[in-house]
Design a protein around this ligand. Structure first.
Ligand code: SF4
Length: 314
């Protein structure tokens, strides 16, 4: 049985060569601390501290909403201070995450409509395949999937939601923005397999690109009167999604098929895309080098720029 993940599927769907380099050969670069992945990890870590603190006080009948919020903010701030002291991330990243977190708390407070059921939980769940045309499904015996859930909450009507924290340079606006975001379908189906009955998923987005006016205020040497802060209404957006059971089954079945097809593949070609190769692939230059000079040049270039093969990584 092979355990796969959403990020592996995403890499494979973007480009088979990217998958081969990242997941088969396990090439990994040094994190700069200011790349999107590092910023995402840093923000997740602060949100984890925040929601765990809220969870720890939600059953306390004596804790007022103000107490609970103060406790959550204190725990999140402790995490931020710890990052600073340990130099886990560059100050530029920590400052950005602090700005995002403070805005998040101003916007949502203690999330009074939510009861927190789980924070940062990981599970391995089965994938299913149809049994011919019978309409029945059976557990696959070759692949299963690891899912990492940022948050599970129930709302005032006791409906269960799976929340995924995201950060983006532009918050989404359309309700259809996530129609094809299969991560949410795979996670919802996975939680169903764990025995829960989630109503749907929530894309919990925070803006990660501040204006200068967000960073400097009157009195700072850098401040100028022309600097504008971002409209708070445009910094956060929660998009609620529900999917039919047929849709969930199809999404996970197509994921299973993608992995099976890949295992049978003899060659992992490039799937170049002018935009995505630029901003969503850190093998960009090495890949181009290999195409110009022969495939071994890709690996030689990766070594030259400090990449290494990390086989202990999950
Ligand atoms: S740069 Fe593009 S084509 Fe090359 S490995 Fe990355 S995604 Fe694939």
């Amino acid at each position: 049985m092979q355990t796969v993940s959403w990020s592996e599927l995403e890499a494979l769907r973007q480009c088979p060569l990217k998958w081969k380099l990242a997941y088969d050969e396990r090439w990994q670069g040094q994190a700069t601390g200011t790349d999107a992945l590092s910023k995402g990890s840093c923000y997740h870590s602060v949100k984890e501290a925040h929601f765990k603190a809220l969870m720890s006080t939600q059953a306390d009948p004596d804790a007022t909403p103000q107490d609970r919020l103060a406790h959550a903010v204190m725990k999140a701030q402790e995490r931020i201070d710890q990052m600073r002291e340990a130099n886990e991330y560059p100050e530029e990243t920590v400052k950005l995450i602090e700005w995002m977190y403070v805005g998040y708390v101003e916007r949502y407070g203690i999330d009074p409509d939510w009861r927190i059921m789980a924070v940062e939980s990981s599970h391995v769940v089965p994938l299913y395949e149809p049994i011919g045309r019978t309409g029945e499904w059976q557990e696959a015996d070759d692949f299963n999937m690891k899912i990492k859930l940022d948050l599970m909450v129930t709302d005032r009507r006791d409906r269960l939601w799976i929340v995924d924290h995201k950060s983006a340079g532009k918050v989404p606006t359309g309700e259809k923005d996530f129609q094809w975001a299969d991560q949410f379908g795979i996670y919802q189906y996975g939680v169903w397999q764990l025995g829960y009955r989630p109503t749907g998923t929530i894309h919990n987005c925070s803006l990660s690109k501040p204006n200068k006016g967000d960073l400097f205020s009157e009195g700072d040497p850098e401040w100028k009167s022309t600097m504008k802060a971002t409209d708070p209404e445009k910094r956060f957006k929660r998009t609620f999604m529900d999917r039919t059971m047929q849709e969930l089954r199809t999404i996970q079945w197509e994921a299973l098929q993608t992995f099976r097809n890949n295992r049978a593949a003899l060659y992992h070609p490039r799937h170049p895309d002018e935009e995505r190769c630029k901003w969503k692939c850190n093998f960009n230059d090495a890949c181009n080098m290999g195409r110009r000079n022969g495939e071994e040049a890709t690996r030689e270039y990766l070594l030259d720029i400090g990449f290494s093969q990390e086989f202990r990584r999950n």
